[in-house]
Design a protein around this ligand. Structure first.
Ligand SMILES: Cc1ncc(COP(=O)(O)O)c(C=O)c1O
Length: 380
């Protein structure tokens, strides 16, 4: 009998989600005091988004607007400085879905997708799940992407039809600047599609952050993705968007399931875009707390690359003479204290943990748990 599941699907390592908090608590006999594993906005969504959701609750028996007409209108207004036409917008069930649809609509058999590694795991799943190869370019995670290595590989590998860059990157938190992107885009073959994933864009304070939307307007084979899951606090409603050339948007629309963006996600996303105050609060809080996380971990001896997002990655010890950090042991020790972080073994980083910025209460729990781990380490 022939195989039931296609070989390229069988060879995928599935995304490993965290267990529900209640189940973790039951299994380990603990009480979770901080969930710092998925880079959600610890302040929650805009009160205006809550209001919009409550108002729409009576309409959930109806199918959503398949064209996301009003949401596209709001997105276009939000980006009025870039003069975005509504036919340049793709709405997705999270950026995740958009990335999958882009891979499916842009890559044929024998084509490859390229991205730096480690980066967001969905880039790998989206290409390999469609039966395509991936070309993954390693880089020094403390420093950020190696654009020279990327350019060289792309020049020598004609099968590469799609390049995806996260800015800032997950799981490292590192970001790249205007000049690096401009130089890279000028070298990239014109028919190669470049996706710039700006999931954490709202947290950027660096003035040198590139204007990827302007690049998209001048280089049509460029796609910029944004999400409502992070700074907008709508991860549970699964909604994101991409800005691109109408030809790409039409291609994706042919594949897209008509009702992919749900009723509540559409109204909450619109309300969030209109709430500049909540966005500013989320930004201010994150910058202040992220600084404390960077300083706090560095003071305790960890090596922590600069982060531009709402999380930090600790990777080993600053003192290179010290024994390798056992990140799995640290993860488990924090978990026993009720603090959930993200171990990065799935990204091939066995001495690293990713930790999202939390509320003041969650942060206290984090530092208590980290100090206890360090004390236990010292006692051994
Ligand atoms: C770089 C990056 N892109 C995209 C996403 C996914 O966002 P969404 O929730 O919109 O699917 C994430 C989520 O962790 C991310 O880190």
């Amino acid at each position: 009998m022939r195989d039931l599941i296609q070989p390229h699907v069988n060879s995928l390592s599935p995304y490993v989600p965290g267990k529900p908090i209640e189940e973790t608590e039951r299994e380990l006999g603990i009480q979770v005091s901080a969930k710092l594993a998925s880079n959600e906005n610890c302040l929650g969504a805009s009160p205006k988004a809550h209001e919009a959701v409550m108002k729409m609750a009576s309409q959930v028996h109806l199918y959503p607007d398949a064209s996301s007409f009003f949401l596209k209108q709001t997105i276009s207004e939000f980006h009025d400085a870039h003069n975005i036409d509504e036919n340049q917008i793709i709405i997705g069930n999270g950026t995740n879905e958009i990335l999958t649809l882009l891979n499916r609509s842009l890559l044929s058999e024998g084509d490859s997708a390229c991205f730096p590694w480690p980066s967001f795991i969905v880039y790998r799943l989206a290409a390999r799940g469609h039966g395509c190869k991936t070309v993954e370019i390693p880089y020094d995670v403390s420093k950020g992407f190696d654009f020279d290595a990327l350019s060289k590989t792309i020049a020598n590998e004609p099968s590469i039809k799609l390049v995806t860059l996260a800015n800032p990157n997950n799981p490292t938190g590192t970001s790249f600047g205007r000049q690096e992107l401009e130089k890279f885009a000028s070298i990239l073959p014109k028919d190669t599609v470049l996706i710039i994933d700006e999931a954490y864009r709202e947290y950027i304070e660096d003035e040198d952050y590139p204007d990827a939307i302007a690049l998209m307007q001048s280089r049509p084979r460029t796609v910029v993705t944004r999400t409502f899951s992070k700074a907008y606090g709508l991860a549970g409603l699964r909604i994101g968007y991409a800005l691109c050339d109408p030809e790409i948007a039409h291609g994706v629309n042919r594949l897209r399931e008509p009702f992919n963006a749900n009723v509540l996600g559409q109204v909450a996303a619109r309300a969030s875009l209109k709430d500049a105050d909540h966005r500013a609060r989320a930004y201010d809080y994150n910058q202040a707390m992220r600084r404390k996380y960077l300083e706090g971990f560095r003071e305790r001896g960890f090596r922590v690359p600069q982060s531009a997002a709402n999380f930090v990655m600790i990777k080993g010890w600053a003192d290179s003479q010290r024994e390798t950090l056992n990140a799995k042991a640290m993860y488990e020790s924090l978990l026993r204290k009720g603090v959930i972080t993200r171990p990065l073994g799935g990204y091939d980083l066995h001495d690293a943990l990713r930790i999202s910025v939390g509320t003041p209460h969650e942060s206290n729990a984090l530092w208590n748990a980290v100090d206890q781990f360090l004390k236990d380490e010292g006692d051994q």
